[in-house]
Ligand binder design. Sequence first.
Ligand code: COI
Length: 419
Amino acid sequence: MEKCAVFAGGLHPTPAPNQISGPSRTTSVKLLPTPFAERTHFSPFSPKFPKLSSHSATYSSSNINGNPIRMASPQTSSVTSELDDIDWDNLGFGFMSTDYMYVMKCSQGEEFSKGELQRFGNIELSPSAGILNYGQGLFEGLKAYRKHDGNILLFRPEENASRLRMGAERMCMPSPTVEQFVEAVKFTVLANERWIPPPGKGSLYIRPLLMGSGAVLGLAPAPEYTFLIYVSPVGNYFKEGLAPINLIVETEMHRATPGGTGGVKTIGNYAAVLKAQSAAKAKGYSDVLYLDSVHKKYLEEVSSCNVFIVKGNVISTPSIKGTILPGITRKSIIDVALSQGFQVEEREVTVDELLNADEVFCTGTAVVVSPVGSITYLGKRVTYGEDGIGRVSQQLYSALTSLQMGLTEDKMGWIMELK
Ligand code: COI
């Protein structure tokens, strides 16, 4: 893997000669030899951060929302997409490779201590790695926004850090501290700053991964772990954009079971929904809404997001009880709704209530707040409102996104500014 130097003098005035230390004593970013002649001229904290050269790469063409993007072939994994080719007005939720990724490793029984920024590229794993064989892995998702004044904003990154730690405990993995996680996110975002969409055009999606990277054969926790962060510019998650989505309630397959791992962000939870999701998409639905596996009548969540129903002034969402992911957008929307005078209930919500709701919407980092236009349950289709965009979901969407993009005052203390 080709590695690249980074200089962070902007953040830490007196860095050690070969390390960038974050505020945490235990977090540091190694400075590696750089292949660039102008190595002293660039920094992830400077607008002069260089565009990586791509002239020696083998490319394959790819298409993101009809916009051709050149992608590095697997053999030339350190090459990034071409920034100039991006149609910022039509970003979807597709992967685009960027400049740098953050990597930090530790052995089982030890603590994460030293991370480094590497040029983005493929990673090497033993075929016997715990993540590949036994699914010992977690991921997170958060976003960075570019503000008109040049600031870069992160939304509640410490919440993702805490959730990763919770998941790591469930999956028998060591995890970075909250401070290490947040520092690593900052480094990665700043190193890839040029990939953050212009204000109002989207965000930089940040994908932290924690995986058992060491080799195992018998079923056991892996002997080595890797914490990695990569990023990709994104727009709307659903192909519907901001228009209402159409969900089908799945009655046979379940996303999670009591005592299982539904409440943590382990990779297997997402592979498990692909079959139902693919079948639903083939029939023209946007996604699947799952029911509880015991009674088959209480709402759980959608494949990639939490669900809320609105009846009058009351907003209800399934309570967190082990089978439902504690979404950070979910939690934030609850607080925003309470601050706007709604009554919010976290409880068991039945399918009947869903079908009789005034409005339904989904929340998640990727989906933000997505209005639901229709629900299909056992062949019966229920639609919401005239055009499906409910007043409440619209109001909450505006309040949340204005905060995230720095357009309204952050009275909640949720925004972290990077400049
Ligand atoms: C997110 O909303 O960030 C997620 O992790 C969901 C993922 C399936 C895109």
